[in-house]
Design a protein around this ligand. Structure first.
Ligand SMILES: N[C@@H](CCC(=O)N[C@@H](CS)C(=O)NCC(=O)O)C(=O)O
Length: 342
């Protein structure tokens, strides 16, 4: 009998993946849970894995650590189960999707920590997180279009188990997603193996401050500007808004690095107030940056690295765009006191 060692069901996204895959394919296993951030964790897990992390799968004397290695081992041990797609090209693409999840999307993982039991709409969002979300949507859309759905490669497989924790994060933090993506998220959440994990995660009620950057800070966090993606500086009126509407081209080379660099540079400019940015999966997006004066707007336009980005954007990254500069006369929103405290 296999033994699968896992962490907290509410937080441990890496544990969720093999647990969901084994449950989905009815591979029998005994579960042993080790509570993260406890003094016992290292003592219990170090003898099982040289990196002292969960998940670990025990098959007799053999111990396999790391979610991806476990997935590959299961696929080899159970060729009768289509853990990977049967078609070689689809299998290679599914492996690419899993590898991207396994080694990437660090901003999403850091700022939207998996926290199944919590409801934190609007928290955790920033431009780097949005870039991860955009890439994930692109991966999902390509796979769903090629397979026809409902899961990434048609039937539920290892690749869906790998993205199940992303679906959990989307349900907790509710970033803006297109309808087709919400449908996929809901289909994953409703899969019996995922639904079983969710039920057990919700019943856990173990609260780890290290994994609760929003709830642990309580009221303070809910009132900080980072708590909501809406930039607010009402007292600065009149101020100026630069509305950049754009349609991305298919050329991605260098775009991600540039948008990260601009997101890093803009806040360092004199007169910068804030930014709001959304992009649909079809490539249409709107970014509004807010500035204290027209001078500040002009200085940002002429900033030397920004000039380079504008030239490259015009030449390759944008199929179309429009820039409008507007003066904001009035500025208000939901009263601070009404903001949800969680
Ligand atoms: N690359 C590993 C990551 C495993 C991992 O980071 N596990 C976390 C829990 S989700 C852990 O054991 N953390 C405990 C620690 O670092 O002390 C995998 O894919 O399995």
């Amino acid at each position: 009998m296999f033994v699968l060692h896992i962490g907290n069901k509410n937080y441990s996204s890496w544990s969720m993946r093999p647990w969901v895959a084994m449950t989905a394919f009815a591979i029998p296993f005994e579960e042993r849970q080790h509570w993260l951030d406890t003094p016992e964790f290292a003592a219990q897990v170090s003898p099982l894995s040289p990196v002292a992390k969960v998940p670990v799968l025990e098959d007799g004397d053999l111990r396999i650590w790391d979610s991806l290695a476990i997935g590959e081992y299961l696929a080899e041990r159970f060729p009768q189960h289509a853990l990977w797609p049967r078609d070689a090209a689809a299998r290679a693409r599914a492996r690419s999707l899993c590898a991207s999840m396994h080694s990437g999307f660090g901003a999403l993982r850091e700022h939207m920590v998996m926290n199944i039991e919590a409801d934190l709409p609007g928290r955790g969002w920033n431009l780097a997180v949005q870039r991860d979300i955009d890439q994930i949507l692109q991966l999902w859309q390509g796979a769903l279009q090629a397979s026809g759905g409902p899961f990434l490669f048609g039937a539920f497989g290892l690749v869906d188990a790998f993205y199940a924790p992303v679906c959990m994060r989307f349900l907790t933090y509710r970033p803006t997603l297109p309808d087709w993506a919400w449908r996929y998220v809901q289909d994953v959440a409703a899969h019996p193996a995922v639904a079983k994990w969710i039920g057990q995660a919700r019943a856990e009620h173990v609260f780890l401050p290290a994994d609760e950057p929003y709830r642990a800070q309580g009221a303070q966090a809910s009132e900080s500007p980072a708590a909501s993606p809406i930039a607010r500086f009402d007292a600065q009126v009149p101020y100026f808004a630069v509305i950049f509407s754009s349609l991305r081209s298919a050329d991605d080379a260098g775009y991600g690095a540039m948008s990260m660099r601009m997101a890093e540079l803009a806040p360092k400019q004199a007169g910068y107030l804030g930014i709001e940015s959304v992009r649909r999966a079809d490539g249409f997006g709107i970014t509004v940056s807010y500035w204290a004066s027209l001078d500040a707007v002009a200085r940002w336009k002429q900033q030397v690295e920004h000039l380079g980005a504008q030239a490259q954007g015009k030449a390759k990254w944008y199929a179309d765009y429009a820039v409008r500069v507007a003066r904001v006369e009035r500025s208000y929103g939901k009263a601070k006191a009404d903001r949800a405290l969680v």
